[in-house]
Design a protein around this ligand. Sequence first.
Ligand SMILES: Cc1cc2nc3c(=O)[nH]c(=O)nc-3n(C[C@H](O)[C@H](O)[C@H](O)COP(=O)(O)O)c2cc1C
Ligand code: SF4
Ligand code: SF4
Length: 258
Amino acid sequence: MKISTTIYWFSGTGNSLYVAKRLTAGLGGASIVSMASGVPVEAVGGDGEKLGFVFPSYYCNLPRIVRAFAENLKIRDRTYLFAIVTMGGLGQGSIAELESLLKKKNLELSYGRGIHTPANYIIRYNPADKAKMEGKLNKVNEKIKFISSQINFGVRSVKKIRLSTNYLYKNIENLDSQFYAENTCASCGQCAKLCPAANIKIDNGKPLWLHHCEHCVACISWCPKEAIQYGGQTKTRRRYRNPKISANEMITAMKLPN
Ligand SMILES: Cc1cc2nc3c(=O)[nH]c(=O)nc-3n(C[C@H](O)[C@H](O)[C@H](O)COP(=O)(O)O)c2cc1C
Ligand code: SF4
Ligand code: SF4
């Protein structure tokens, strides 16, 4: 029987999209669907089907957009479900959260793993320099190869930790009032196109943040002029983007609803 696989992905700075794409290749082909484009209306999965979720860890938990997607997605019984979290350090609490969310829907998470990727959270710290970033990225492909082979064999194993710092992520949607664009902004509109939460409006050529932010740091990290700042702490910090993913690819792959 031909097994069909779908990977749902969410990403701010490209790590999770990169992982989703490489997994697709490792699994011998899969449909790859952006969680930011909305929840499918029809039920998905079923006997002999594999569904995967690939996303970053936020405060050791699920990004809100991923949580809402997984809560609302109608999944048929007997689907092989897998979750891969990309994380700068310790993020497998996100796997534990997804597992319990699915349990409440009487579904079992079959497989879960974390992959260490460069940490992108410019708002809290200076992202890794080039050498560190390359060191981490070099190990990612090997890990994806291993994970793909396990998923291909239908291995059932969930690696998680019971740790959540989610209280720090509460009410984060309003903290976008600390974002602003400097005069170097070229009015290209890319920040608005890249925002997976449609949280940026271009007004008089400049971005305005609309207070339903995910804190994915896409806008500040991808701005071609590095014109976006957050409070006083980001002026001297590096902007991290996965070097194998371009802004155009992110925008096209997201297929945001109009
Ligand atoms: C809001 C936010 C919270 C984060 N929290 C964690 C965390 O708890 N643990 C961790 O290991 N990495 C954390 N990170 C780092 C990202 O999970 C990591 O860099 C990820 O690979 C980014 O994926 P992306 O490029 O697909 O957006 C956080 C990043 C952001 C933006
Ligand atoms: S991406 Fe940067 S330069 Fe382009 S509109 Fe946004 S802030 Fe301005
Ligand atoms: S406003 Fe910026 S940080 Fe917030 S969701 Fe959009 S791109 Fe991400």
